[in-house]
Design a protein around this ligand. Structure first.
Ligand code: ADP
Ligand code: MG
Length: 261
């Protein structure tokens, strides 16, 4: 049975999408069966997978969520799961923001995404959910569907601020909706190891959270190759195999798998 990870943080620009895309690819390279779910109405992950005009799609996660809300039968996975380079994915579009508005008015709206993903578990080793930077109904749906959360932190953005709010939300979801929810760890992204700020902040994260939460040993360095690779809809390890971030994402995938024992 596959494991469901949510890639999350309460901030934008912490490399959630970049991490989901690259982690999916690296896990696939390790022979794992992977499904990546774009759960952000900005549809950046869908664009990473090379889908250009997301606005016109009618087979997105938003459409599946709407079917759930309306109590309609879901289409066969063949109809909405796409594949690129061996990685399966479910696209998103701006339509998810319509769903977001509707979800707020629904009873028991937290388990809609879970209802979509649970039947898919048996087909995959890993299901990765890329989320939007908010603590709203969509994020709650992702937390309700996940087994574990990977928290991405961009030291440049002082992203530790507000992390307590995110952790509090995780704890509440665990108590009220998803008792099995765990935190896989904190992944430091876009690290400029030469700058003092990154070093100081990495230490601060470790000090503040190491007791309760793992800080992954692997740190993802900042490199222009990441932006370039996304422009070409490629994982960085494929675009430029020697690029530091590509090497790091491969290492991170191995580290993550190693904790499963
Ligand atoms: P989020 O999904 O958390 O909003 P993104 O993954 O979209 O964040 O990343 C935000 C921006 O930072 C993007 O332009 C992306 O190309 C860039 N980026 C992400 N990771 C790196 C990295 N390791 N080095 C350089 N740029 C990065
Ligand atoms: Mg994103």
């Amino acid at each position: 049975m596959g494991k469901i990870y949510m890639i999350g943080s309460q901030k934008g620009g912490t490399a959630k999408t970049t991490t989901t895309f690259n982690l999916a690819y690296c896990l696939r390279k390790m022979g794992k069966r992977v499904l990546a779910v774009d759960f952000d109405s900005q549809a950046n992950l869908t664009t990473c997978f090379g889908v250009e005009d997301t606005g016109g799609l009618d087979d997105t996660i938003g459409h599946l969520m709407m079917a759930q809300i309306e109590d309609m039968k879901l289409p066969s996975p063949k109809k909405y799961i796409r594949t690129k380079d061996g990685v399966d994915f479910i696209p998103s579009s701006i339509y998810l923001s319509v769903v977001d508005a509707k979800l707020r008015l629904e009873m028991g709206a937290e388990k809609m995404l879970s209802g979509i993903l649970e039947p898919l578990r048996e087909k995959y080793d890993y299901i990765l959910i890329d989320t939007c930077p908010s603590l709203g109904t969509l994020t709650i749906n992702a937390l309700a569907a996940a087994d574990e959360v990977i928290i991405t932190v961009n030291p440049q953005l002082l992203a530790m601020m507000g992390m307590q709010d995110f952790l509090r939300t995780v704890v509440k979801i665990r108590k009220r909706i998803n008792p099995g929810l765990g935190i896989a760890g904190i992944l430091m992204t876009m690290c400029e190891s030469r700058t003092k700020l990154c070093r100081v902040l990495t230490e601060e994260v470790a000090e503040n959270f190491q007791e309760q939460i793992r800080v992954f040993e692997t740190k993802i360095p900042s490199t222009v190759k990441v932006g370039e690779s996304i422009y070409y809809s490629l994982p960085v390890a494929e675009y430029s195999p020697k690029a530091s971030a590509g090497v790091a994402y491969r290492k991170f995938a191995k580290e993550l798998v190693s904790y499963e024992g």
